[in-house]
Design a protein around this ligand. Structure first.
Ligand SMILES: Cc1ncc(COP(=O)(O)O)c(C=O)c1O
Length: 281
């Protein structure tokens, strides 16, 4: 039984796991989540993910969860699955109550988790590099909170796939490039690595933070700076970062080749450094 769910303190097969229909996550999207990847039997950056989960919960006035208990439940679920390379999904909703926009401070947050095998990024995609399209950012004003309200992300991703691209990148009304549908975005311009600063408009990605640190280790200059779509088209390299994305080179945007349209050396180097750091190679 390697792919499992955790609901109301019990571990069970995913297909047998259900949540009550009055869970506020189900009715209002009133829930936050994390997704952690394991490499060689170890959950990568687990504490950073739990820190962010606590920040998301606090930002929405959820009562806090006992960290040791949650960590113990994660361990129990992950160990029971026994998967070396897995994706662990954790969702915490505000709780279960009769449907009402207003909520009581007394609700008990509901934790559900799943653990599944995690597929590697196809080698062919890594070799050719990804194609992305830019889309208007229709999300709400607190994208720094990792909520389950992902409809704009879902539609943007689907639009990218329907147009023959691999993913979409959100761009603000003034042209500022923000992030991918489930990843942060970096570009290389004249030898400097640039990424959007931490604001309410992007998720503070765990992989983003690791990659910024890896840039230092690799003696690459990395700056958190705003840049627009025209700068993106003119970049020397672009790549996306995320827990499942790792470092994914991007070679075209809106049908235009980036530089020579081939995977660049900085993305390749940072991808290798990330895999080494995670223990995946
Ligand atoms: C919108 C968005 N940005 C960035 C990321 C990357 O975050 P992380 O590196 O923590 O996986 C994600 C991951 O799901 C995301 O959904």
């Amino acid at each position: 039984m390697p792919e499992l769910a955790f609901v109301s303190g019990r571990i069970l097969a995913i297909e047998d796991a259900v949540v009550p229909i009055e869970d506020r996550g189900y009715q209002f999207g009133d829930a936050v989540y994390e997704f952690i990847a394991s490499y060689g039997g170890r959950l990568f950056q687990a504490d950073a993910h739990l820190d962010r989960l606590e920040r998301s919960m606090a930002a929405l006035d959820f009562p806090s969860l006992a960290r040791d208990r949650l960590r113990g439940d994660i361990r129990r679920l992950y160990d029971r699955a026994g998967l070396e390379r897995a994706g662990l999904y954790i969702q915490v909703s505000r709780g279960v109550a009769p449907r009402n926009h207003a909520f009581s401070a007394d609700l008990t947050p509901q934790v559900v988790m799943t653990v599944r095998r995690l597929k590697e990024i196809p080698p062919a995609l890594l070799a050719r590099g990804a194609a992305v399209i830019t889309v208007a950012d229709l999300r709400w004003g607190r994208c720094d909170i990792k909520t389950v309200q992902l409809l704009a992300n879902v539609l943007a991703k689907q639009r990218a796939l329907s147009s023959g691209a691999d993913d979409a990148v959100f761009v603000a009304g003034d042209g500022t490039v923000r992030e991918g549908t489930s990843s942060n975005l970096f570009m290389v311009q004249k030898g400097r690595v640039l990424t959007h600063p931490l604001t309410a408009h992007i998720l503070p990605g765990i992989t983003r933070a690791v990659v910024i640190e890896l840039c230092r280790q690799e003696h690459l200059t990395c700056e958190e700076r705003f840049f627009d779509r025209d700068a993106l088209y003119a970049a020397d390299e672009i790549f996306l970062t995320g827990t499942t994305t790792e470092v994914l080179p991007v070679v075209s945007v809106d049908g235009r080749n980036i530089a020579d349209g081939k995977v660049g050396p900085v993305a390749r180097r940072l991808r290798q450094a990330l895999r080494r750091r995670a223990g995946g190679d």
